[in-house]
Design a protein around this ligand. Sequence first.
Ligand code: SAM
Length: 223
Amino acid sequence: MALDLYARIEEMFLDKEAADILWSKFIEILNKLEVKKILDIGCGGGGFCLLAKHNGFDIKGIDLSRAQVEKAVKKGCKCEAKDVCEVKERFEAAVAVFDVINYMNEDELKKFFSCVKERTDYFVFDINTLYAMEDLAIGTLKAEDENRFSVLYSEFEDNKLITEITLFEKKGDCYIKHQDKIIQYYYSVDQIEKLSGMKLVDIVPISLYGSEEAEKLILTFKS
Ligand SMILES: C[S@@+](CC[C@H](N)C(=O)[O-])C[C@H]1O[C@@H](n2cnc3c(N)ncnc32)[C@H](O)[C@@H]1O
């Protein structure tokens, strides 16, 4: 599964400062909404979930990648490997932080939103701007640690950012190669509004890497 391979290399590439800027903005928005019981959809390795817990929120995470859920649980987050449509509980707000929405194609998003809508009053999530996907994200990134070497190669075409992930992992005297692709789909706010079937109540533009143009928009919807 491509998401499991992503889970294995995420920390090699994660810009902690950028993540802190984004996560803090989500905390600020949730505080303004005066909500407490939160569902973190696509909780990943649990970084946001843990920050929210320390800020007094009653937060539960879900993620499609078992590898991510294992990391989040180890950090102390309540997190399960499941799809949002399998969630039985109701929440005051749901969040999807750091690219989660862009991972889904239109059909997947429609189904996803219809399930989210039934389980929460507010849904807060970020989407990547065209500038971030078309100009910033393209090209090659490399990272290595003691026993691993990884390359990300991204191209933007037909409103899709395709990232090829390659990981070489040392096993004894040789390296094992793992490779897979992740696709992120570009959506405008209008498209998201139509697909969501919810009411847009707030848009916060944000820059994580010092650009003058916004790299992300944080949208708040009411179901
Ligand atoms: C870039 S990571 C962000 C993780 C975390 N939210 C954070 O802020 O660090 C995106 C996560 O979304 C998960 N994901 C993608 N599509 C999903 C879906 N439909 N439902 C749940 N999780 C999903 C991936 O497995 C991955 O862990």
